[in-house]
Each structure stands twice: as structure tokens, then as C-alpha cells.
Design a protein around this ligand. Sequence first.
Ligand SMILES: NC(=O)c1ccc[n+]([C@@H]2O[C@H](COP(=O)([O-])OP(=O)(O)OC[C@H]3O[C@@H](n4cnc5c(N)ncnc54)[C@H](OP(=O)(O)O)[C@@H]3O)[C@@H](O)[C@H]2O)c1
Length: 253
Amino acid sequence: MDTTKTITLITGANRGMGFQIAKELGQKGQHILVGSRSADQGESAVQKLKALGIEAEYIVLDVTNKTTIEAASKYIKTQYGYLSILINNAGIALDEFQQPSQLSTDTMRKDFDVNFFGVIDVTQAMLPLLKQNKEAKIINISSIMGSLSAATDPNSQVYDASAVGYQASKAALNMWTIRLGKELQANEESHITVNSVCPGMVATEFGGATPELAREMGARPVEEGVIRTVELASSEDNSINITFSNKEGQLNW
Ligand SMILES: NC(=O)c1ccc[n+]([C@@H]2O[C@H](COP(=O)([O-])OP(=O)(O)OC[C@H]3O[C@@H](n4cnc5c(N)ncnc54)[C@H](OP(=O)(O)O)[C@@H]3O)[C@@H](O)[C@H]2O)c1
């Protein structure tokens, strides 16, 4: 199979950092599959990308809905037969500063459904398509908020952060990165790398904020938030595997 054209699926790419990643990777010549829960918002994102000369189409994909995940994987299989890069970007944070002793498991489960189980369901469905390539990449958008090292380091900026549902879901995601990376390392037919990336605090609508409010609290522009992801996804070199990094370098898990 000719897998020369890089086909990249980004979950939650209708807005925020997912859209910015779509834009930057599209401008580098990748064919972008915009994962979006809403067909309308997916279509609107695609129109904006196409206006910039980017090859893009949307796929309805709710990472908590297995029917949409299976339909997406079937569509990619029929249309292309393979997928080159999967960027698990969709994420939510539902915590509202509740203490760990108070946060309901209902809220935590919702965080985990998107940030952890959603990533697993999407990745497992896309793996047969990624395995069609000699080289492929999985990039999980994580957060320093999920770092156990940072949470226990008094010098870390997130030492006092309080969002245990979100933090635990990203810590679990990081473990999935490590375990899946190790499993796929042993695969002889294809070389699929798996990495976690922290974008930093970025001015989007994440967690119900507005970009303006987030900016006032010190959040950085989306262009900065996607630097490491775009770097990993567009690199010719696919030797980096099982890392947790941001635009400055390696992070402690
Ligand atoms: N912003 C930050 O400061 C920051 C910091 C560290 C890490 N991150 C991580 O970066 C990633 C992107 O965040 P962002 O700041 O770009 O957030 P955002 O602007 O809120 O965008 C989140 C995206 O995820 C999508 N999404 C939510 N639930 C979904 C589901 N069930 N299925 C499919 N898509 C779903 C949203 O779709 P809808 O439009 O349909 O809601 C939206 O496209 C997340 O994983 C987040 O945890 C963000």
C-alpha cells in the first residue's frame, strides 16, 4: 500500500489547540482529518482550513461514543486504508476546585471517560490503520497537571494545583502512553511511537474559560501551546518514543 501521504487524525480539532494543530500540520502538507463531536462545527473548521489551502475533511467523532469511533475507523479504512498520525487531543476538566474528599466520582468518571477511556477506545480502533505504515505516531495531549513528580515537588508551579479528577485522568493517560509505547516497541512489522505532550497553560475555552480570561490568568497563545506537538508530528525522525515533554524539553512523569 502506498502510505506516502501523511494522514493525520486529530480528536477535538473543531476548536482550541486541536484546530491550531490541524492548521499547522495542514500547512506542512499533511491531510487533516478533523475529529469533531458536531458535524456543523467540524464542517465550519474544515471550511476555515480549506480557505488556507489545507487538505482537510471532518469526521464525526465523540471519543465517548463507540459507534462514532467505529464509524470513523471504518471510513478511514475504506477511504485511505491507513492512518499515519493519531493525535488524541480532545479533553475536558470538570473539577471546580473541590477537595479530593469532596469531588464526586460522577464528575471524576466524566473526566476519565474523555481524557482516559476515550483515548484508549479511539487508539484501539485506529491501531490496525496505524499498523499499515512502516512508521506511525500516536501523540497524547496530556498535562503537567498529571505529573506525579510535579504534584510532589514543592518547587513545581502545580504543587498546589487542585483538580484531582482532571489530574488523575492525565496521570492515567501518561501510564497508558508508557505501557502502549512499550507494547508497540516490540512490534516488528511497523514502528509506532507513543508520546505524551504538555502544551502548558494555553488561552482556549478549556474548562469553561474564555480565551480572554485565561490570558489574564497568564495563559499563553495557542500557537505556543502546540509547538511541541507540531514538532513531534512533523518530524521526519520517528525515534522519539515514550516521552513526556513540552516545548522546553523533557518532563518528569
Ligand atoms: N488549555 C490549557 O491550558 C491546557 C493545558 C494543559 C493541557 N491541555 C489539554 O489540551 C487539550 C486541548 O485542550 P484545549 O485547551 O484546546 O481545550 P478546548 O478549547 O476546550 O477544546 C477541547 C476540544 O475537545 C473536544 N471534546 C470534548 N469532549 C469531547 C468528546 N467527548 N469527544 C470528542 N471531542 C471532545 C471539544 O469539542 P466540543 O467543541 O464539541 O466541546 C473541543 O474540540 C486537552 O486534552 C487538554 O486537557 C490544555
